[in-house]
Design a binder for this molecule. Structure first.
Ligand code: DAH
Length: 371
């Protein structure tokens, strides 16, 4: 066993000196491979006498184990060294900005709805919701539009074939006004809510889509009058458009659910061929644009909503959210709002970080339209 002992010493030295996994593998093949010297030694056992085999067998096996464990130890050491080197080389700076800008954006409708909620929350309003699949009692009758009322025909309503539990017809709500009735019925008075949401009418052109958005406002309390309505709308529109020079004009109008009813116009100027809100519409070069409907809640509506109209009075208003968004952020085709075109969304969408707040500012700065 002189020679094997000698070979073993050499092999262990070579294994310890192997600098790469490839060099180490060469050492393994030289010793333990098919043609390896340890494999050859093992083969000699077959030709030995039993006594000789008993003497040599354990020596050869322990020699093989020694070499095998030296190979395994060196392999582990080389792999650990390789890992350490990679960890040292591949540093990752988590404070760097993400290499690709985020793809998602907040739709202008969502952004404007958040702005509205923020402004009205500051005025003490909470947000109420109602079903988009309504019955004709809440959508029409309770809003003082009985079966034969001509205003019903003006709404281009989508009806369902189903009958409502209360015997009426089911429909897609044509406005957010039924939320007035539902809120008064559910919570009584006083009330101070806005109700933003989707509404539906069978209508389609550049400024009308079959689905669009409205926000309803409702205040019910004691001694509420038109002055409260005007102040609230003025405060809201100044905050929303971020201009102190917003001027409103209240015109007498008619809605079945308000009495008296007022249509609210807002003054604008023409700048660079575009309408820019602000200033009196009566000034030279200025004009008035119709913005929203409102009025003192009709006592019949208060009554049908389960409250005593001799005790409780209030005002209501309804305005198109899409229209507010178009006026504020400068889009001119409503249909594009609902096409889901990513180029449009990238241009007009807002960063998720652009949360409107009273303190930080209601106007988003991150919208593609302004960036
Ligand atoms: N519901 C009306 C519409 O969709 C808008 C409206 C007008 C709502 C006057 C009101 C209101 O609350 O007082 O055309």
């Amino acid at each position: 066993m002189e020679k094997p002992e000698q070979k073993k010493t050499e092999a262990l030295a070579a294994i310890a000196a192997a600098e790469t996994l490839d060099a180490l593998e060469a050492q393994r093949v030289a010793a333990l491979g098919k043609q390896g010297w340890i494999s050859a030694l093992l083969k000699t056992l077959g030709a030995m006498s039993p006594e000789e085999r008993q003497a040599q067998g354990p020596k050869i096996h322990s020699l093989r184990e020694e070499v095998q464990s030296a190979l395994a130890d060196r392999k582990a050491a080389l792999e650990q060294a390789a890992l350490d080197a990679r960890l040292a080389a591949e540093t990752l700076d988590l404070s760097l900005p993400a290499p690709e800008s985020p793809r998602g954006s907040v739709h202008p409708i969502g952004q404007v709805m958040d702005e509205l909620a923020e402004i009205f929350a500051d005025l003490g309003f909470s947000v109420a919701t109602g079903p988009e699949i309504e019955d004709d009692w809440h959508n029409f009758t309770a809003l003082n539009m009985p079966e034969s009322h001509p205003a019903r025909a003006m709404h281009d309503t989508f009806y369902f074939p189903d009958t409502a539990p209360n015997g009426g017809r089911m429909l897609l709500r044509t406005h957010t006004s039924p939320v007035q009735v539902r809120t008064m019925k559910a919570h009584g008075a006083p009330v101070r809510i806005i109700a933003p949401g989707r509404v539906y009418r069978s209508d389609s052109d550049a400024t009308h889509t079959p689905m669009f958005h409205q926000v309803e406002g409702l205040v019910i309390d004691k001694g509420i009058h038109l002055g409260h309505l005007k102040w609230t709308l003025e405060t809201f529109l100044k905050a929303f458009f971020e201009r102190e020079d917003i001027v409103l004009r209240l015109r007498p109008s008619y809605f079945p659910f308000t009495e008296p009813s007022v249509e609210v116009d807002v003054g604008f100027a023409i700048e660079n061929g575009r309408r820019v809100l602000g200033g009196s519409g009566d000034a030279p070069g200025h004009g008035w644009m119709e913005l929203l409907g409102s009025g003192m809640v009709n006592r019949r509506v208060i009554e049908m909503s389960g409250l005593d109209p001799d005790v409780w009075q209030g005002f209501a208003f309804g305005v198109g959210v899409d229209r507010l968004a178009m006026l504020k952020y400068g889009m001119d085709d409503l249909r594009a709002f609902f096409d889901g075109d990513v180029r449009w969304l990238r241009h007009y969408g807002f960063s998720a970080f652009d949360q409107p707040t009273i303190s930080g500012g209601i106007g988003a700065t991150g919208g593609g339209a302004r960036a």
